[in-house]
Design a protein around this ligand. Structure first.
Ligand SMILES: Cc1cc2nc3c(=O)[nH]c(=O)nc-3n(C[C@H](O)[C@H](O)[C@H](O)COP(=O)(O)OP(=O)(O)OC[C@H]3O[C@@H](n4cnc5c(N)ncnc54)[C@H](O)[C@@H]3O)c2cc1C
Length: 461
């Protein structure tokens, strides 16, 4: 038996600690000097210090890492979830080596991407082969695997979430097995994994149904929130993608309509002017000065809103869908049955006004088409998604606690990636196909390797 030098022993221990793989890991890891790298999400409200942070380079390496990982394993994408899906003091696995367009079929309008692909890179890659995502969320900073895992969505009564665009995927499961699933192969795993909360395994590849590349025209205008809500049926029928951002403490909202066009693109706007920075900062300032005089604040906000005007934009779909969001916030979003949207948001606005809840961030109001995915917020019927935000420097607990029961009253389901306080007892009755997901999860991960504290609450495990 060859003897290791002391220096070589230490080198191997450190390498083992960094990778978190290899036999006898626990004993080695305990002895090894380790560098702990803290993690936090985009808003800064979720944080953890994982024992190991891994970025495997191949499926075999990933499978080995999963088999030998220390503590609870959590996959992480771009850390853009507000809820505590990701934190673990065990092993955090990211997927920067599973990226890019892997295959495509322009005839069938299908493509395959790595599960860790930043969505901001997908638009150009698809355009180069004549394809596009049919609908997108309002940012593209997420990874593909992260976005589908929480049922991330955009807006449009005839458009489902990203998960509905998925026609197949590959998972590395808790046992370190590699499973390809679609409607024909392991259909029960496929149905569950299209919105899997990172609880079924790590997604290494995703096959998508695309459409041909297209351009969009964006129109924005300001109108009274009440009038927009009265006209919601027409606005959502006559525009492919319609939403509004309600300016809290005012009577107005900014409406946004996106429709397909063959018109030539308008000149690109200066990135410094994107992101609603000026608009949001102006509202924040007004709030600071006007908080003690709510009637005056409303009057000024109404005046500013009435005078706002916006240039129309035309561009590639992925450029128009995605916005820059560089003012940080925390967020709660529920999706209520579509017909309940107007009453629900009106009650939220009344609550903010009557209780003088301290907030100034706009409320986002969107519509999403129904699907049949067990844990999708949109399972079984069309929904209206309503998001309340709080600037990251302001406490969100009281505001969100006041609003959350209104969402419950209107039959809301919480966005998995956003803040909520529900556990299995409240969630299960909201999802008729809950057991379908629970059975697949128990089969794939009987020991709960992927369950952190938050997911144990969510699944009652
Ligand atoms: C500024 C901002 C704007 C947003 N806009 C929208 C919006 O318009 N619409 C909307 O619906 N949501 C929106 N969100 C929420 C966001 O889209 C979701 O929370 C999304 O899941 C984040 O993706 P991510 O790549 O950051 O994943 P993370 O937040 O890192 O992880 C999300 C979940 O996916 C799992 N996961 C990540 N990668 C993998 C993988 N490869 N395999 C298996 N599981 C994986 C994680 O374990 C976790 O459970 C927004 C968030 C922010 C911060």
């Amino acid at each position: 038996m060859s003897m290791l030098s002391r220096r070589e022993l230490i080198r191997r221990l450190v390498a083992g600690a960094a990778l978190g793989i290899g036999g006898g890991w626990t004993a080695l890891a305990e002895a090894a000097p380790r560098r702990l790298i803290p993690w936090h999400n985009w808003s800064g409200a979720q944080a953890c210090i994982p024992f190991a942070r891994l970025a495997p380079k191949s499926e075999d390496e990933l499978a080995e890492a999963v088999r030998n990982a220390v503590g609870t394993i959590r996959p992480v994408g771009a850390s853009h979830s507000f809820s505590a899906l990701v934190p673990t003091d065990g092993t955090l696995i990211s997927m920067p080596y599973f990226t890019g367009l892997l295959a495509h079929d322009t005839g069938k309008m299908q493509s395959e991407f790595g599960g860790g692909t930043p969505m901001s890179t997908m638009g150009e890659a698809l355009k180069a082969v004549g394809l596009a995502l049919p609908n997108m969320s309002d940012i593209d900073y997420q990874t593909l695997g992260g976005a589908i895992s929480t049922s991330t969505h955009g807006t449009g009564v005839t458009f489902g979430s990203y998960s509905t665009q998925v026609i197949g995927l590959r998972l590395v499961t808790a046992r370190g097995e590699i499973v390809d699933c679609d409607a024909e192969h392991h259909p029960e795993i496929f149905r569950a994994a299209r919105v899997g909360l990172g609880a079924l395994g790590l997604i290494t590849r995703v096959r998508l149904q695309n459409r041909k590349a297209f351009r969009l025209r964006e129109k924005m205008w300001v109108a009274k929130t009440d009038d927009l809500l009265d006209d919601v049926a027409t606005l959502t029928r006559e525009n492919q993608h319609w939403e509004m951002q309600i300016i809290t403490n005012s009577d107005y909202a900014a409406a946004v309509a996106l429709n397909e066009t063959e018109d030539p693109p308008t000149p690109p706007i200066d990135p410094a002017e994107e992101g609603g920075n000026d608009y949001v900062t102006a509202i924040q300032k007004l709030d600071q000065y006007g908080r003690d005089w709510p009637a005056a604040r409303t009057a000024i906000l109404n005046l500013v809103a009435r005078t706002a005007s916006f240039d129309e934009r035309v561009g590639d779909s992925f450029d128009i869908f995605a916005n820059v969001r560089n003012v940080r916030f925390n967020e709660m979003e529920y999706s209520v049955p579509a017909e309940n949207g107007p009453a629900c948001v009106r009650e939220i606005l009344r609550k903010i006004r009557d209780k003088r809840l301290p907030t100034w961030f706009p409320i986002e109001y969107r519509y999403v088409h129904a699907d049949d995915i067990p844990l999708s917020m949109f399972e079984g019927g069309p929904r209206c998604s309503i998001s309340v935000h709080q600037h990251y420097t302001m406490d969100y607990h009281n505001y969100f606690a006041a609003v959350e029961p209104i969402f419950w009253k209107y039959g809301g389901r919480p966005h998995w990636g956003k803040l909520h306080t529900l556990g299995a007892r409240q969630l299960e009755p909201l999802y008729p196909r809950w057991k379908e997901f629970a059975d697949v999860r128990a089969e794939l991960d009987p020991q709960g390797k992927f369950l952190n504290g938050h997911l144990r609450t969510v699944f009652g495990a």
